[in-house]
Write a protein that binds this ligand. Structure first.
Ligand code: MG
Length: 384
């Protein structure tokens, strides 16, 4: 039985993780939940799962939840708040596996703390790896703590890497759906609205990641994530546009063999893989091979998707540039969603922030967060 700490329990990955727990009660239980701001959902989760500890974003929300739980006669659920509350969830003595699914660098401290506490991590939060991958992977290696990718592409790569040695890998191929604007005429990009960008053709995901898929910045973050997770340079990571999103990624070996992972586009599969690794429990997530008509692969167009070019440049420089890429994007995406900048303002903002970022390699989480903050301020200054 694995007792889970789920960081980001009210988000889409958190909810999918809870549905896995529901399906496999003999394998998994809930130890702690870090729930953010959605108090109604946090209340329902606390009542349903009775975690030892649940954390909310603010002291005020935590107070409200505590009162509601007492009113409902629910006892034994401790309520915490803030970043300390999330760390308390990820390092709780009763948790023996941490699902890190808080979007953004907000999940970084707690993920690092979990690794330091020796707890295996299922990582859905790519921003952690982008901002602090060197620090996290070094800590994990030192303590022999597995980091299992939940991001579907990296999960696919992890599976494909099980059949060969690191030195035998030629390229890691990350597939990308190409998002909703893969074929939109370039002269219409300036007029793209948030509503259009929020319609992803194959995956249902959170708002920021859906916009990041439309700009392909998401794939850029995944290139950096792959470099860190699998210890390869950016020159060994390639991106291919695969609109069907059926092949979740591929590994090309030096002998010319290419291995691909194919499955339904359902995040429960990578989550279950990460939770159960190295086992493979039987699931109902079947893929109908007979329904597979064709698979398309095409080269990404870096003029159409400047964010992908910027990400490869940031991947080469690493350190502060990877942090700035992620931070500037988060600020720019929010500005786009708020209607303050056009779609093309997103790459413009990122490019401006990257140009102003000095080459540096933060060595501690505190330095990473300071560098992140600086890049956000830079982005806001550019937008003002
Ligand atoms: Mg992905």
């Amino acid at each position: 039985m694995k007792h889970l700490a789920i960081l980001g329990s009210t988000g889409s990955i958190g909810q999918s993780t809870l549905s896995i727990v529901e399906q496999f009660p003999e394998r998994y239980s809930v130890a702690t939940l870090a729930a953010g701001r959605n108090i109604d959902q946090a209340f329902q989760q606390a009542v349903r799962w009775r975690p030892r500890l649940i954390s909310l974003a603010t002291e005020e929300l935590a107070g409200q939840l505590d009162a509601r739980l007492r009113q409902a006669g629910v006892t034994g659920v401790e309520v915490a708040h803030g970043s300390q509350g999330v760390v308390a969830c990820s390092t709780h003595k009763d948790a023996d596996f941490v699902v890190s699914a808080i979007v953004g660098v907000a999940g970084l401290e707690a993920t690092h703390a979990a690794i330091l506490a020796g707890k295996p991590v299922g990582l859905a939060n790519k921003e952690c790896m982008v901002a602090a991958g060197e620090i996290l992977t070094a800590a994990a290696r030192e303590r022999n703590v597995p980091i299992l990718p939940i991001d579907s592409e990296h999960n696919a790569v992890h599976q494909c890497l099980r059949v060969g040695a690191h030195s035998e890998v030629k390229f890691i191929w990350l597939t990308a759906s190409g998002g909703p604007f893969r074929q939109l005429p370039l002269d219409q990009f300036a007029a793209i609205t948030p509503a259009q960008a929020l319609k992803h053709p194959t995956w249902v995901m959170g708002r920021r990641i859906t916009i990041d898929s439309a700009t392909m910045l998401n794939k850029g973050l995944e290139v950096i994530e792959a470099c860190r997770l699998f210890n390869v340079p950016p020159s060994q990571v390639r991106v291919t546009i695969h609109p069907q999103s059926t092949v979740h990624s591929l590994v090309e070996y030096v002998d010319g063999s290419i291995l691909a992972q194919i499955s339904v586009t359902d995040m429960r599969l990578p989550i279950l893989y990460a939770l159960a690794y190295p086992e493979r429990p039987a699931s109902s997530l079947n893929f109908d091979l007979a329904a597979l008509r064709h698979l398309d692969f095409e080269q990404p167009d870096l003029v159409r998707f400047p964010c992908l070019r910027l990400a490869f440049e940031a991947a080469e420089k690493g350190g502060a540039h990877a942090i700035a890429l992620n931070a500037a994007d988060e600020v720019a995406v929010q500005a786009f969603l708020d209607g303050r900048i056009p779609f093309l303002g997103i790459p413009r903002t990122i490019e401006g922030v990257l140009a102003a970022t000095p080459e540096a390699h933060p060595a501690t989480i505190a330095e990473v967060l300071a560098s992140d903050k600086q890049a956000r301020e830079q982005a806001r200054a550019l937008l003002a």
